[in-house]
Design a protein around this ligand. Structure first.
Ligand SMILES: Cc1cc2nc3c(=O)[nH]c(=O)nc-3n(C[C@H](O)[C@H](O)[C@H](O)COP(=O)(O)OP(=O)(O)OC[C@H]3O[C@@H](n4cnc5c(N)ncnc54)[C@H](O)[C@@H]3O)c2cc1C
Length: 419
């Protein structure tokens, strides 16, 4: 981890940065790395004490969205660049984790601790990157249409930061909202379901059918009014060793005040019920849980283009396409459960740069989960593989804008572009 004292000193001495990235999830870390590598002084601000966002907090096991779909086993990634670098580092740490077919798509299994150490080490190697963990953006200052300052809270002290360009990788579009950008946020009951995952240990003689049995008994429990209806969409996935697994409890409509507590109560209730119904789970126990409820969907910030489900399903390409996606539209609906719509086999769609450019605020970009996309299109773009590339591309665009505006101040107008 980067030395916190060094970080504080940087803050006190010079609070001006070319690019400030808010949110150190998979998209924000990629954005910050790429921006710093272009020689632009870059700051990455993360609320938690660790990087990785949902990729770490959510107890996930697979990186989705990295590979083409179709019958042929993938020989490479759909996008080039940062995803290839990250998965090469992951492979060095855990070579046993290799591409896996899941239904009609391909995923990369990973250990979340590996993701954390890859992100820490890549960020630690960048001279032009400062990472502030345990730091929260509180407010945004603007002059005319541009962001001129961010107020951040670090160790109960407020600091003011002066960015030239900001990238909102907060997952929930919090900076964009503070900056007055337009966004779409569906009512709770129409949002994709959120989730809390618990790690189970002590499973005896786990068999191949356990995931199916879990689904069956949950539906049965709901039908008999033993469990609330939404708990029928909880899922089980096996862990690496035969005595472990992950129970993902999908929830919806919980009030923000105590939703983590409530979701954990649901998870405990599901585990208790299943332990009584399925003999191999009898001696199992909760060995850990996701640190908080994690959201599949929040604010979708309005950009210069809104990616639609039509674009995704019909594999549309754009002149300013900067990222490829082939993951299906995967919607976790609180009434229907997961519903999938697939991109044509062997094909992919593109996400245009305009979906990362926030409408009306020229020095603000978005990347990751909060890009400008419809509710349905987000069902595909939100997976980690795609989010990393979106972060990378926002980092390229933001640092390009900083470098070009520096040149244009010295009179070289020809370098001033629409970025
Ligand atoms: C239940 C569930 C299961 C999923 N399963 C998979 C899967 O198996 N495979 C897959 O590839 N994808 C999966 N996803 C999707 C994927 O994990 C996320 O969409 C993706 O990780 C989002 O990355 P991100 O960087 O956009 O945002 P996030 O990971 O949400 O990161 C945003 C970061 O911003 C920080 N932040 C927020 N506000 C502030 C602030 N004011 N100041 C400072 N920092 C702030 C947060 O702490 C967080 O670290 C799943 C998602 C969910 C919810």
């Amino acid at each position: 981890m980067q030395d916190l004292m060094t970080e504080e000193k940087t803050l006190d001495q010079n609070n001006s940065f070319g690019v400030v990235v808010v949110g150190g999830g998979v998209s924000g870390t990629a954005a910050a790395l790429v921006s710093a590598r272009s020689g632009v002084r870059t700051l990455l601000i993360e609320r938690d004490t660790y990087l990785g966002g949902i990729g770490y907090t959510g107890l996930l096991q697979h990186i989705c969205g990295l590979y083409p779909n179709g019958e042929t086993f993938p020989t490479g990634t759909l996008n080039q660049g940062i995803v290839q670098e990250i998965i090469a580092h992951l492979a060095k740490l855990s070579p046993q984790k290799t591409i896996k077919k899941m239904g009609l798509v391909y995923v990369l299994p990973y250990f979340r601790r590996d993701l954390l150490s890859v992100f820490d080490s890549l960020c630690g190697n960048e001279r032009d990157l400062t990472v502030l963990r345990a730091t929260t953006v509180l407010s945004v200052e603007k002059a005319n249409t541009e962001i001129t300052g961010l107020v951040i809270n670090r160790s109960h002290t407020a600091y003011k930061i002066f960015p030239r360009v900001v990238i909102d990788c907060s997952g929930d579009g919090v900076v964009s909202e503070m900056a007055g950008a337009s966004f779409e946020l569906l009512p709770q009951e129409q949002l994709q379901m959120s989730a809390c995952t618990v790690h189970l240990k002590g499973i005896q003689d786990r068999d191949e059918l356990l995931a199916i049995k879990v689904s069956y008994y949950l539906s049965d429990g709901v039908r008999k009014h033993i469990l609330p209806p939404l708990l029928r969409f909880s899922t089980f996935t096996p862990g690496d060793s035969p005595d472990e697994g992950y129970l993902k409890v999908n929830v919806s409509g919980l009030q923000s005040k105590d939703r983590d507590k409530k979701a954990f109560e649901y998870a405990s209730a599901v585990h208790h019920y299943l332990s009584n119904m399925i003999p191999v789970l009898k001696g199992s126990y909760l060995a850990g849980s996701s640190m908080r409820v994690v959201d599949r969907e929040g604010r979708r910030v309005l950009g210069e283009y809104i990616l639609t489900d039509d674009d995704v399903i019909h594999a549309r390409k754009f002149d300013d396409g900067i990222a490829k996606g082939a993951w299906p539209i995967e919607l976790w609906d609180m009434h229907k459960g997961p519903v999938y719509r697939y991109v044509r086999s062997g094909d992919y769609y593109e996400i245009p740069l305009r979906s990362l450019k926030v409408k009306g605020i020229p020095n603000l970009f978005v990347a990751g989960r909060c890009i400008s996309a419809s509710h349905e299109a987000l069902g595909s773009t939100r997976v980690m593989g795609t989010c990393m590339t979106l972060g990378e591309q926002a980092g390229i665009a933001a640092s390009f804008r900083v470098r070009n505006s520096m040149y244009s101040r010295y009179g070289n107008e020809s370098l001033h572009t629409s970025l």
